[in-house]
Write a protein that binds this ligand. Structure first.
Ligand code: CDP
Length: 485
């Protein structure tokens, strides 16, 4: 491609109109090969030059970004002289020469990103930009509270200070009833060589399994061992943002991240029938307490969407369960809410379509589908302070949740709300259609054999038809603050 004016390259890349691109250049936001260009008239070669806006490359199509679930025994390198398998050899080649971003030890497994985008690699691996990473770690003997606290305070090993941001006991199966002190969720920013293995050796424990399950905003999700998937543009953007945010964090602020401090009780369970106000309440609570929201209904909706696309009826339970297990369903947190990905495609905005609305309850009644999704929901809840919304959260998913709400409202109130929401989501729906959808789903949800909708034991019931939204939220916040330690 010929050399072109910078503003033309920016506008061709869809970044902005030429006029606004000029303003961005003059404002000093554009760089070519790492050098800021703030005068008009500069030219560049879009094929060769690295052009960035606010530090992020604008010509993304050149790059490929892949998330891989690295199996143990595979090297985190591009090539191996001895011909052993490497992370790169596990990813389907498309012409791009990929390299791993950072590394995972030979024996470690889990999430690793591969790309040919050098800017992102540098951002994510530069010591100043370390984003928070989370690891699921199995150790040979239980580690008590004091041992875990030592890791968070920091230990010395061979002249280096090693330190976790947070260490929690979790349950490998995601079951909240049986957290197992031999399974830890370890969060850290640093990436010193074999840091987790070494810090655990200081407290006398040996690591049996070490699996990275999160890099900043990117979760391992449902990728099977050895499997990879291309990241969506939103996920790439989120990685850039996270690395840049990490860079602006002052050094030494490695104390536990605020979202893992246990000041307020969590997780919080919210259940209730369709349009009973669950999302309104949940959004207010995540804002207030800094938690993350998982709307589990979206996960059932995503299974319904994938099944509809594959023409799989709900009566084919085995295939529906396979969709839930292996269909590439993954969760990505953005702005405190959870987006739903299907094989890398962000489908969140497609999940309120009338087709999904009409069929979701049938798929949600399949016990095998529920088993899969419940396991994922528990794992999600074990990893961060969160609010889970659904039909069976307080009763089945998180029966031990310290705070549970159950929302009621009459069917007429809920049908009116749903009609209003449908308009917001761009769907046209009459009040009678909304009422039919809602009552149809209510019946299926409350009468199904698998985890029917019930008021969970210990739940605080709120009639959202009687209270306006602010009053409902204030009431819930008061309940949570009462329990805050
Ligand atoms: O937003 P709305 O309350 O209408 O529905 P949703 O929460 O998106 O849930 C859609 C459907 O998924 C429900 O009607 C249930 O059939 C099912 N679901 C479930 O069975 N269990 C959950 N934890 C969440 C949703």
């Amino acid at each position: 491609m010929p050399v072109e004016r910078l503003q033309k390259i920016l506008s061709n890349a869809g970044v902005a109109s030429r006029r606004s691109a000029e303003a961005m250049i003059v404002a000093g936001r554009v760089a070519v090969n790492g050098k800021t260009v703030d005068t008009l008239g500069a030219r560049a070669d879009p094929d060769r030059d690295e052009i960035t806006l606010d530090g992020t490359p604008v010509l993304r199509e050149r790059y490929r970004y892949v998330a891989l679930n690295k199996p143990a025994g595979v090297l985190s390198t591009t090539r191996d002289d001895r011909g052993r398998p490497t992370v790169v050899s596990l990813v389907e080649a498309t012409g791009a020469t990929l390299h791993p971003v950072g590394r995972l030890d030979l024996e470690s497994e889990g999430l690793i990103v591969l790309t040919n985008d050098g800017t992102l690699t540098e951002l994510l691996t530069h010591p100043r930009h370390e984003v928070r990473k989370e690891y699921l770690v199995a150790i040979d003997q239980p580690l008590g509270k004091r041992g875990r606290e030592r890791l968070v305070r920091g230990v010395r090993h061979e002249g280096e200070r090693l330190k976790a941001d947070a260490v929690q006991v979790v349950s490998p199966s995601g079951s909240p009833e049986q957290p197992d002190p031999r399974w830890l969720l370890v969060a850290l920013h640093g990436g010193r060589k074999r840091e987790i293995r070494r810090m655990l050796s200081v407290v006398g424990r040996r690591v049996v399994t070490l699996r990275r399950i999160r890099i900043g905003p990117l979760a391992l999700g449902m990728l099977a061992s050895g499997e990879s998937r291309d990241l969506s543009p939103e996920e790439v953007e989120a990685l850039y943002e996270a690395a840049k945010r990490a860079a602006t964090r002052p050094r030494g602020s490695m104390s536990p991240a605020p979202d893992m401090k246990r000041e307020h009780p969590h997780p919080i369970a919210i259940d209730g029938p369709a349009a009973s106000g669950k999302s309104t309440l949940a959004r207010a609570l995540v804002e207030r307490f800094g938690y993350v929201l998982l709307d589990t209904g979206l996960m059932y909706r995503a299974v319904a969407l994938a099944a509809l696309r594959g023409e799989v009826p709900a009566s084919d339970a085995a295939t529906c369960a396979a969709i839930a297990r292996e269909g590439g369903l993954a969760l990505a947190v953005a702005d405190r809410e959870t987006r739903i990905l299907l094989a890398g495609e962000d489908v969140t905005d497609l999940l309120r379509s009338p087709e999904v609305e009409a069929s979701v309850s049938a798929y949600a009644a399949v016990a095998e589908v529920r088993r899969e999704l419940v396991a994922q929901q528990r794992l999600f809840a074990a990893q961060r302070p969160c609010v889970l919304v659904g039909r069976d959260i307080g009763s089945v998913v998180l029966p031990k949740a310290p705070v549970k709400f159950y929302l009621h409202a009459s069917e007429a109130v809920r049908a009116r709300r749903r009609g209003e929401q449908a308009a917001e989501w761009g769907e046209r729906q009459s009040a009678s259609e909304a009422s039919r959808d809602i009552s149809g789903r209510d019946v299926t949800d409350s009468t199904r054999a698998a985890s029917p909708l019930v008021v969970p034991e210990g739940a605080i019931e709120i009639d959202s038809g009687e209270l306006d939204a602010d009053a409902m939220i204030a009431r819930a916040i008061a309940v949570i603050e009462e329990q805050t330690t």
